[in-house]
Design a protein around this ligand. Structure first.
Ligand code: PLP
Length: 459
């Protein structure tokens, strides 16, 4: 049989099927049947995975819309490939944004005590309240929302802000339109895609259909021009923002709350970095009058106390927040939490209570100050090299501008030449292209070494 007998060309990627020894039995059978009935032989290369058993379950079409891997696993993959290429290189990560410093002892000792107590008849407890222990909810309300009209019953303790964002998406369902800051933490967009809120990914504009991307760049001070933003049901807003490190001012948040009110929207305010704020920017959306009628706030001990592995966060859903039919949003969220979650780990909750003791709170502040010093070193490094650098002051992230270059190209250059892992800005949205995010979550020695290597690279 010659190639000219094939009715349609086979792409070069199918070349392995040209050799007869590579034809599997299904293909051979098809060809011999066709050979008997017709002179035209259509060779269909059966993908090798087809030989594996498949179920009859159709893949969720929304999952198929998602682009490549989630950003951070993709970075981890590239880091691993780099380490295989340069096994002796000391790779330093300024990338994913995971904390590096040990949890203060005042906090771990409370968790250890709780763990030990679980081995005793008196100290054992099983499932707790899905919403979290009352003592912890009260402590969160009085520590972070004192005088803001938020009480213990508005607070839902969780296993972290990321999980709460997913549960909130579950709450809203697939028939809402969301708006996000561009750039922003990828979880808002990706959970929206998974829920079926969006259209397909549009490669030319690097956006999903049916999402409002609110551009945040140096030109607008990283706060969107709301006059150009059309109505969305749910507005995800993160301040201080990951990745730009920029914190919205009181005036800007007042404008955002008014915008939500005018449009009847709900703001999901992510304050996971609020304790990093150094200036008088609000730490909570509920500092803005009227916010309780339009906002939910989610937060976490992950970046305050090194709880990225311990897992403990919370979400505030005020009683004043109502759906269009007058039904309280908190009641539905409570139903979601009770159905999908069995409460945060009791050991983690003991740790969170210790975080909010006077010694624990001071220890968290010290830890945050340490990371902020790292951020200053990173900011100084890039500034001294002539780059425009944003963030850093109110957040553990520096947002560095490389005008005219692609983020992945800069990421690759810094990894290849300096063995430093950063995060490409375009992974957070199209407006992030041309930037890289540099994380201050790092041991001090590594930050100093990274600074030295960057000065060598860009001198
Ligand atoms: C803005 C933002 N929100 C939420 C999270 C996740 O927090 P948690 O560890 O509590 O799930 C992160 C983690 O990087 C984040 O950057």
């Amino acid at each position: 049989m010659s190639f000219s007998q094939f009715a349609s060309p086979i792409s070069s990627s199918s070349s392995a099927f040209y050799g007869s020894s590579n034809l599997n039995t299904r293909t051979e059978r098809k060809m011999s049947t066709l050979g008997r009935s017709s002179r035209i032989c259509k060779c269909v290369a059966t993908p090798s995975e087809k030989t594996a058993y498949t179920t009859n379950v159709t893949r969720n079409a929304n999952m198929a819309k998602l682009q490549a891997g989630y950003l951070f696993p993709e970075i981890a993959r590239r880091r691993t490939a780099h380490m295989q290429k340069y096994p002796d290189a000391k790779v330093i990560s300024l990338g994913i944004g995971d904390t590096t410093e040990p949890i203060p002892e005042v906090i771990t000792s409370a968790m250890a005590m709780k763990a030990t107590a679980l081995s005793t008849l008196e100290g054992y407890s099983g499932y707790g309240a899905e919403q979290g222990e009352k003592r912890l909810r009260t402590a969160i309300a009085s520590t972070y929302y004192h005088d803001l009209g938020i009480d213990e019953s508005d607070i839902f303790v969780s296993d972290g802000a990321k999980c709460d964002i997913s549960r909130l998406q579950f709450l809203f369902g697939s028939n809402v339109k969301i708006a996000v800051q561009d750039p922003s933490y990828p979880v808002y967009v990706d959970t929206g895609v998974i829920m079926g809120q969006t259209g397909l990914y549009q490669k030319d504009v690097e956006k999903y259909g049916n999402i409002q991307y609110m551009r945040c760049t140096p030109e607008n001070g990283f706060f969107p021009d709301l006059s150009t933003v059309s109505r969305a049901d749910v507005i995800f807003f993160c301040s201080p923002n990951n990745p730009t490190g920029s914190a919205a001012t009181r005036e800007q948040l007042t404008e955002l709350v008014q915008f939500a009110k005018d449009n009847g929207s709900i703001i999901v305010y992510d304050s996971a970095y609020a304790m990093f704020i150094s200036d008088d920017s609000p730490r909570s959306i509920f500092e803005i009058p009227g916010a309780k009628e339009v906002a939910i706030e989610t937060s976490s001990f992950s970046k305050y106390a090194g709880f990225t592995g311990v897992r403990l966060g919370w979400t505030v859903v005020p009683k004043e927040l109502l759906f269009s039919d007058g039904f309280p949003v908190a009641k539905d969220f409570n139903r979601i939490v009770c159905t999908c979650f069995n409460g945060a780990s009791n050991i983690a909750q003991a740790g969170a209570l210790a975080c909010l003791s006077p010694e624990g709170f001071k220890a968290m502040q010290d830890m945050i100050s340490f990371y902020k010093e790292n951020a200053h070193i990173i900011m100084d490094t890039f500034t001294s090299l002539g780059f425009d650098v944003f963030g850093g002051k109110n957040a553990p992230y520096a947002w560095v501008h490389f005008p005219g270059r692609s983020s992945w190209e800069v990421f690759a250059e810094i990894l290849e030449k300096s063995h430093l892992v950063t995060t490409p800005g375009s992974g957070f949205g199209p407006a992030g292209d041309g930037f890289i995010r540099v994380s201050a979550f790092c041991h001090r020695g590594n930050v100093l070494e990274a600074s030295k290597r960057l000065k060598e690279l860009y001198k």
